[in-house]
Structure formats: C-alpha cells, structure tokens
Design a protein around this ligand. Sequence first.
Ligand code: SF4
Length: 106
Amino acid sequence: MASVGMSNGLPTLPDSSSQLSCLVKDVSYPMNLSWRQRAACRGVDPDIFYPASDEDAEPAKAICDQCDVRQACLEFALANRERDGIWGGATERERRRITRQRRKSA
Ligand code: SF4
C-alpha cells in the first residue's frame, strides 16, 4: 500500500490505520466530516483514486459504487473544489460538469 502523508494534503484520522484513501484534507472546516468513518475506501491504496487518466478511473469508481457515503463525499469535493482524484465516484471532469449543471439550474 502506498504511504499517505500530509504532503498530499491528507487527513490524519484519530485512528491512523483508518486513514481514508480518498484523501480528505485535514482542514478547519465547519462541514460534518463524520461520513469519512464509513468510507468504502478506508485502507485501500490511495493511488487508485488518483489515476493517470479518466480511462483508468474504473477501479476507484467501482469502490465508490459500493460506498455508503458516496453523496457526502461528492458534496465535500464539490464544496471544496477538489481538483484531483476520484471523489464520490466522480472524476475531476465529471465534477466540473456537475458544478456547471448546478449553476445552470440555480
Ligand atoms: S465515495 Fe469513493 S472516494 Fe468517497 S469516501 Fe466513498 S469510496 Fe472513498
């Protein structure tokens, strides 16, 4: 498993063995982040969530498809304008599309 550290803007959860693969930033943030504890990507190699291309995103998306907190994860990424990685089963390109669609319908 790849090592994950704060240099990548990663969180350190109370139990370091439960660190998320989806790499939620450790920020002073008013949003409730308790959903991270139920993430399906816990313990999974974080590199999977940073594919070289969208075509290589399927392994991460398959994990996200099984995740109970997918929507919360996606909303977090959208709210924080996460640019890299797979969040809530969506690539950066897909998140940009979601953001555009929401702006249009607002
Ligand atoms: S939706 Fe995907 S990236 Fe987000 S917490 Fe679940 S498994 Fe991790």
